[in-house]
Design a protein around this ligand. Structure first.
Ligand SMILES: CC(C)(COP(=O)(O)OP(=O)(O)OC[C@H]1O[C@@H](n2cnc3c(N)ncnc32)[C@H](O)[C@@H]1OP(=O)(O)O)[C@@H](O)C(=O)NCCC(=O)NCCS
Length: 204
């Protein structure tokens, strides 16, 4: 694959930019909304309480932002073109972060959050399409393996609309902020499949 980093991308209504410290507090506030973090995997539940204190998180994000422009980091803040407001975050991380058995940066996972005030307007789909285009067409990754809680259709609808293949087997997932295990659909997209779908580009 080509390590091109979090290149700025423009869609009809959005700008996706490498992250900076400026919007981290806003994004953390969005992530702390229960309806946003419920089916979103961040850290082990053992340390979930630490996520709730901005004082502790600020230091983590300050360190993290030192690498925001590294060529192996694929994580963007999502801004509305019209107002410049930051409404979410999207990433394409190495799948090994979720699965120890995978040791190949060409195989990746995805993550997305949109501020509930702006959900249901198609922004999640628009950002996801732009990122997935970039990852397959420019970075030339081989595969994305991902999942979403069955009870979280807003997320798996994006995967289905973009042509990801739902696998037969489901997985039980321990989400960060929930005590019980949640049943997830699992989805796969390969480079060959993505190219064969020939979806219209969302990027400008
Ligand atoms: C998942 C998420 C990023 C989707 O963002 P969004 O901007 O609302 O997405 P879109 O507007 O593009 O909608 C995507 C699809 O989900 C559907 N959808 C949106 N909200 C929904 C809801 N509450 N219930 C059911 N379907 C919903 C939309 O109708 C659309 O499908 P359609 O085109 O077939 O109608 C957003 O809901 C979110 O941040 N959720 C919390 C974090 C999360 O769960 N992340 C994913 C972890 S795997």
């Amino acid at each position: 694959m080509k390590f091109l980093g979090s290149k700025t991308m423009e869609t009809d209504r959005l700008i996706l930019r490498a992250q900076t410290m400026t919007e981290q507090k806003r994004l953390w506030e969005i992530l702390m909304i229960p309806e946003v973090n419920k089916y979103f995997l961040t850290v082990s539940p053992k340390i979930r309480e630490k996520l709730k204190e901005w004082g502790k998180q600020k230091t983590f994000y300050e360190d993290d932002m030192k690498h925001a422009n590294d060529d192996n980091v694929f994580r963007w803040s999502i801004f509305l073109k019209d107002t410049g407001e930051c409404i979410g975050r999207i990433s394409c991380h190495e799948r090994r972060e979720e699965d120890d058995n995978i040791n190949d940066p060409n195989i990746r996972g995805v993550g997305w959050i949109i501020d509930p005030k702006f959900q249901g307007c198609g922004y999640g789909t628009e950002a996801a399409k732009a990122m997935i285009d970039f990852m397959f067409l420019e970075c030339e990754i081989e595969q994305i393996i991902t999942g979403a809680a069955i009870c979280n259709p807003a997320s798996w609808r994006i995967m289905e609309k973009l042509g990801f293949e739902r696998q037969e087997a489901t997985n039980m997932i321990q989400y960060t902020f929930l005590d019980e295990l949640i049943e997830d659909y699992s989805y796969v997209m390969t480079k060959e499949r993505y190219l064969s779908l020939n979806l219209p580009s969302r990027r400008k």
